[in-house]
Ligand binder design. Structure first.
Ligand SMILES: [Zn+2]
Length: 134
């Protein structure tokens, strides 16, 4: 069942709401960016994401093919969500950092299923051979 979660960066300048079913899949990825930030994501469509505050506090970081916008707060440095637009992934999407959801309970996070994807090899359909360090 979808719940509305409130998310924020560390300093609180960036705040958003997202409608997420944490009993569906969450994602961890082994790409160069996700590995360094130990990224843990829930992916939602644009109609399930609302930026409440902080648009002017966001800096954008892009690399590689530049399909994803790796946004982060320019005051505290925390990345609380990103967005991308990729036809192979169903068009525009928001990828919310599960760790930045302020009203997700520990039990909800513990029980959230995790799908691992091999972003390092640009293959989002399979899990990497090793995932324990992600
Ligand atoms: Zn911040």
């Amino acid at each position: 069942m979808k719940n509305t979660y409130s998310g924020s960066c560390h300093c609180g300048a960036v705040r958003f709401e997202a409608d997420i079913d944490l009993t569906e899949s969450t994602f961890k990825c082994n790409c160069s960016s996700c590995t360094k930030s130990r990224n843990w994501l829930a992916v939602v469509k644009p109609d399930a994401f609302r930026l409440i505050a902080g648009e002017s506090s966001l800096s954008d970081y892009q690399y590689g093919k530049k399909t994803a916008h790796h946004l982060f707060c320019k005051h505290c440095g925390v990345s609380s969500f990103e967005w991308g637009d990729d036809q192979n992934l169903g068009g525009k999407f928001y990828a919310v950092k599960v760790a930045c959801l302020d009203n997700a309970t520990a039990a909800e996070l513990i029980n959230a299923p995790v799908t691992y994807v091999d972003g390092r090899h640009d293959n989002y359909k399979v899990a990497p051979a090793e995932v324990r360090h992600l």
